[in-house]
Design a protein around this ligand. Sequence first.
Ligand code: CP3
Length: 337
Amino acid sequence: MSPLQSVIYKKKKSIKPIWLMRQAGRYLPEFRKIRKKNADFTKLCLNAQKIKEITLQPIKRYDLDAAIIFSDILMVPYGLDQSVKFKKNFGPSLGPISLNQIKEYPKLQFKKNLDSIYKSINLVKNDSLISKKDLIGFVGGPWTLLIYMLNKNSPKKKLKKILSDKPLILDMIKYISVFLEQHIKYQIKSGVDIIQIFDSWAGLVKEKDLEDFIYSPTKKLVKFTKSVNKPCICFPRNIKNYYEYIKIVKPNVISIDYNVNPEKIVKKINIPVQGGMDPKVLLTNKKNLEKVANHYLNIFENHPYIFNLGHGVLPQTDPDMVDYLIKIIKKFNGKSS
Ligand code: CP3
C-alpha cells in the first residue's frame, strides 16, 4: 500500500508521507521555462504531454510521496464554456456565465472540453516514476468556484452584492456541483488515487450560511468520491469551525491551513490530518525550517499525519529549501520506523 493510503486507511502513525500543494509551479526553474514558451495558461492546462511533464517535474527532483495532477480548479468553468484567462500579476479573470448556461450545459460536451486533462492523468498514472506513489486529482469546492464564476476574479469588491441573492447562490452551487461530480468521476476513471477538494474561500462564509454553502454541497462530493472507493481530502481554508466541518462533511483527511493551532487540532480530531505549516517558513532559513517542520512532526507524532503546507508553495521559494524540508521529513521517518 502507498504511503498516503496507509495513513488514510490504516491510520499508520510511524510514517509521515509528504507532498506539497503547488509542488509543480513557478518556484521551479524547469516550470518557468515551459511557462515562458506557453503564454496561455489555460491552453497549457489542456496540453496532455505538457501536463504530464509538469506534474512529474517535482517528482524527478524530490523524494515526494505523491504527485498532484497539474491543472487548475478553474478548468471546470472553462469546461462549461466560461472564458477563463490568467493575467500576469493579476490572477484569473473570467467572462460572464448565467445560471441557465450551467444548468443546461451538455455533460458530454463538458467531458469533451476537458478530455485532454483525463488523457494526461492516464499518461502520468502509467509512468514508472509514480508506480509506488499516489496520483492526486482535485476540484475546487462549489463555494470557491462560485466566487470566481460570479465575481469573475478573486473575491475583492462586488462580493456583497452577489451574496445578497441567496436563492441564486443555492441554485448555482447545485448546478456547479453536478459538473464537479462529473469531473471527479472522470479523473478517477482515468487513474487518480485520491481526490482533494480545495475550498480556498471557505473562510468568507458567515456562520448562518455554512450549512447551505459549504457543509451540505461538500458532503455530497465527499460521499460521491467514497462511493467510487477513493478517499477524499478536504481543505476548507480559514473555516472557523474545523470540528463541525469534519463531523458533517466526513472527509477521509482534513487539510489544515496555517492559522489553525495544530496542538488543539490533534487533541480534538480523530481522522488523519494533513498540512498546516506556513509556506512563508520556506522563505526563511534552514535552521528555522527545521524548527518549524519538527514542531509539526512532533505534535502529530502519534496521529496519522500527511506532511504538507497550510497553503501552496510560494513562487519566490528557493527549490533548495523544498529539498531540505523533504530531507527533514525523511530523517524523522527514519528515526521512528
Ligand atoms: O501543483 C499543484 O498544486 C497543482 C496545480 C494547481 C494549480 N492551481 C496550478 C496553478 C492547483 C491544485 C491549483 C488550485 C487552485 N487554483 C486553487 C486552490 C488552491 C489555492 O491556491 O487556494 C485556486 C484558488 C486556484 C485559482 C487560481 N489559479 C489563482 C487564484 C491563480 C493565480 C494566482 C496564483 O496562485 O498563481 C491561478 C493560476 C495558477 N494555477 C498558477 C499555477 C501554477 C500560476 C500560473 C502562472 O504561471 O501564471
